[in-house]
Design a protein around this ligand. Structure first.
Ligand SMILES: [Zn+2]
Length: 251
């Protein structure tokens, strides 16, 4: 449960997510791991990276970083005196290429130093960055296959780099297309998409399978039947190798 940012993500929101998954007949093995309980593990990793001089403090303002465009220019890397007060910690990147052979999207690669720049592993406000937390948690839970939306494809080379620095095994990846509105924005609360009504679980699952290019027979009526059918007939090669799918095409 990605609850790194407690003021914004309340416990009620986390519970609602779990209830929605249950409504859809989706279950999980073991206890749910909450990122809010993992701070000491993240701190240990950060300490290790600091001792190896792989990260450094940066006090560049958000405005300054934005003015650099999409790649941080590394200006705080070799400062003589570290800035005082609140500061972010950035991880040093290298000119090496990090490649993912994604099971849906195919080959994706970035030269981190050129394409991303040194990236934040702990924010100025003290919160741990998503990239650090997710890599630590996947290794901790021995996750060996990661299935998620293409909005995170771009983060994958950073995560591969962190895995290699920390000596973690590299999982396999499959990035699925995300649903977008007619303006090309991901369907999400941020873009005012209506919440999924999980009282209509079977209809939602049927639609999700259609997005993923799987066509369950019309006579299957319940969420359980649809999931059983999907498990039996699943073919990852049928998933469209696209970054996004317009939701309105399936109405
Ligand atoms: Zn800086």
């Amino acid at each position: 449960m990605e609850d790194l940012d407690p003021p914004r993500e309340s416990a009620a929101a986390a519970d609602a997510i779990l209830r929605q998954l249950e409504d859809l007949g989706l279950t999980w093995d073991g206890e749910v791991l909450y990122q809010s309980t993992r701070h000491s593990a993240y701190q240990e990793i950060l300490q290790d990276l600091l001792e190896r001089e792989l990260c450094y403090p940066c006090d560049c303002s958000r405005r300054l970083v934005r003015a650099m465009g999409s790649v941080y220019d590394g200006r705080c890397r070799d400062r003589e005196r570290p800035p005082a007060g609140d500061r972010a910690l950035r991880l040093r990147t290298e000119p090496a290429t990090y490649r993912v052979d994604d099971r849906v999207q195919g080959h994706f690669a970035q030269v981190l130093e050129r394409d991303v720049g040194d990236f934040v592993v702990r924010r100025k406000d003290g919160l741990f960055a998503y990239q650090l937390a997710v890599v630590a948690d996947d290794a901790f839970q021995r996750v060996n296959r990661i299935v998620r939306g293409t909005d995170l494809l771009d983060s994958t080379p950073r995560q591969l780099y962190l895995q290699s620095l920390l000596g973690y095994p590299r999982p396999g990846y499959a990035h699925f297309p995300v649903l977008v509105n007619d303006q090309g924005q991901k369907l999400s609360k941020q873009h005012f998409a209506a919440p999924a009504d999980t009282r209509q679980a079977a209809a939602l699952l049927r639609r999700a399978l259609r997005f993923l290019n799987h066509a369950p027979p019309a006579e299957l009526a319940s969420a359980g039947e649809l999931l059983d059918w999907a498990i039996g007939n699943w073919d990852i090669m049928r998933i469209p190798a696209q970054h996004c799918i317009r939701a309105s095409l399936f109405e």
